[in-house]
Design a protein around this ligand. Structure first.
Ligand code: AMP
Length: 211
């Protein structure tokens, strides 16, 4: 089963993707994390990300396809952060189709703009482990030193405002996903565990593969 998670920045799609990948024994592919790992070698990508802009569709599609090929990943992929446009969606479907695979579900996690700003300004990443926390909704456990917690460049106020503007999920993308019959939606303004239970229910995964 291949799943895409869609939502505005800060909707919690990364957290839910991680939980979901664990549940189905799959792979969580965050295009944001992948890009953050390659931006060190690619100043052009670093500049785009720092401003909160989106990479061109052809570029992100190439990066996704190369990663899937290199890691031989075509089943149980939980894709988080892509697609962000209709063209990306069409391209990702083609990438899977080349291997005789398809996207089975798209989970949309909407939240309000007010909530986006509140959550993103409180997001911190442990520079040592890479684990992402939220000072409000998902605080770091005792033992994580505050000095290790860093704020992403694009979680600073100017970039947040830009990301909200340029990273709305486009209506034509949602329409196409609905047409394909793989769309489902869960309210993102609830606690992490409740949202996860809701996703499992909607994907008919309840009580399956429970660890
Ligand atoms: P995220 O961690 O998903 O918020 O992504 C962080 C940044 O990576 C975004 O603000 C974009 O600059 C870039 N990015 C991630 N995924 C995509 C995508 N599918 N298309 C274009 N840019 C992307």
């Amino acid at each position: 089963m291949n799943i895409i998670l869609l939502g505005p920045p800060g909707s919690g799609k990364g957290t839910q993707a991680e939980l979901l990948a664990k549940r189905i024994g799959g792979f969580h592919l965050s295009t944001g994390d992948l890009l953050r790992s390659i931006q060190k070698k690619d100043p052009e990508i670093a500049a785009i990300m720092k401003k909160g802009d989106l990479l061109p569709d052809h570029k992100i599609l190439n990066i996704i396809e190369s990663f899937l090929i290199e890691n031989n990943l075509y089943d149980n992929v939980v894709l988080d952060g892509s697609p962000r446009s209709l063209d990306q969606y069409v391209g990702i479907k083609e990438i899977f189709a080349k291997k005789g695979k398809k996207l089975d579900w798209a989970v949309y996690i909407p939240i309000t703009e007010e909530e986006i700003v509140k959550r993103l300004s409180a997001r911190r990443q442990d520079a040592k482990t890479g684990v992402v926390y939220n000072l409000i909704t998902n605080p770091p456990p005792e033992g994580v030193s505050p000095e290790n917690l860093v704020q992403r460049e694009d979680d600073k106020p100017a970039a947040i405002r830009k990301r909200i503007k340029v990273q709305q999920i486009p209506a034509d993308l949602l329409a196409e996903i609905k047409k394909d019959g793989i769309f489902t939606e869960v309210d993102g303004e609830r606690p992490i565990a409740i949202i996860f239970e809701d996703i499992l229910k909607k994907l008919n995964l309840k009580n399956e593969n429970r660890n």
